[in-house]
Design a protein around this ligand. Sequence first.
Ligand SMILES: [Zn+2]
Length: 429
Amino acid sequence: MFHHYLVLLALFLFYGLAGCLFQPQMTEVVSDTLSEIQEDFPIDGFGYSSNIGVLERGQVRANQSLYELLDEIGISEQVIWQVSNELKQRLGFRFLKQNQIYYRYRKHNNLDDVKYAPVLILMESNVRYIKIDLNDDILIQASAKPIKIRIRQVEGTIESSLYESLVLQGHSAGVAIELNEIFAWQIDFFRLYRGDNYRAIYEEFISEGEVVGVGKVLAAEFVYQNSVYKAFYYEDDQQKGYYDSEGNGIQKALLKAPFRYNQRISSSFNYSRFHPVLKQSIPHTGTDYAAPLGTPVIAVGDGEIVESKYKGANGNIVQIQHNGTYKTAYLHLNGFGPNVKKGLQVKQGQVIGYVGRTGRVTGVHLHYTLYKNNVPVNSVEVDLPSLKSLTESASEAFNLEVQKYTFLLGQGRILSATNNDSYDVEKNS
Ligand SMILES: [Zn+2]
């Protein structure tokens, strides 16, 4: 009886607290009420009514060009050229990627030569898209479907994989990717053990009634081989990131560039080296530094050397795996640093080689690539996790966050044992 009362009290506290604490970040998720404001021609997520045509979804094939897609919707060569230019200049659009989703509208009237309305929607993510509308003028617009955020809570025990544990409980695999990144320096997600367990509170993105993505993990706890790791998200004007309960940054920084002193960038990371005549993009997925011959090249972070050898066009190459998320590659080296051999560990700042001109190059330079989940990313622009601890002035606000989330994470267990449906904090509304 007394126990029962405690559970009720806990539920009341949880909902009461969650209600007021989460209010500012929450939007109610209502999909049914949308029909009430629909007119004869309902407006779709891209802003078109159904009289323009039937929305058709397509997927970019290998080596398919933007030219081809625009040509199919009846756009002249000259306009295509203008569109390409606009996209490049205004949006820095990277041109088509294989398997990228696009939409177009098949005309109701199928007597025309051109079967589609002059509109092409290129999805950049589940939510963000570029709209190219050539109905009257050239209209190019980067936009996003309306998004609502709800807060969800999950906990589980690893049986085979984190991914499976999440998906079996009806949560998105995206949560696994987030957790992987947050704890990348503490936990080897390729070697989880049965019985390792986790709890997390995270944002889920919803558009038109469908889950379209995972936002930030707000707080998480991972028990990995009997050690407990905690992460709390904190953000203010001066700092943002994941911290342990004492306010120490839990992610080790990678250096921005693999040099002790600033070096000039001679060629930037660029997906869209697109030639309008050749209609072909020749991406440069790395950053070139024009450093003098023999300049020491240093490891941007701790890690394991996974490659160190002469490799064709790459010349002398070193690759370092820093954790489950980040890997770096250093090309055209003149030679290797001491103790730089495949399988050995390196420390951040350790000399791994020297700038050279080996392989297929026109001059002395270092080609440096940062990989995030095995995809090359722009190391100059990417937001790298920080090693810094929270500033003193933030500690009060941060401690409140820690208390709030520690409480909520703790309640997850009681809730799941009582009622599975009450996981979602949003149901409070
Ligand atoms: Zn390069």
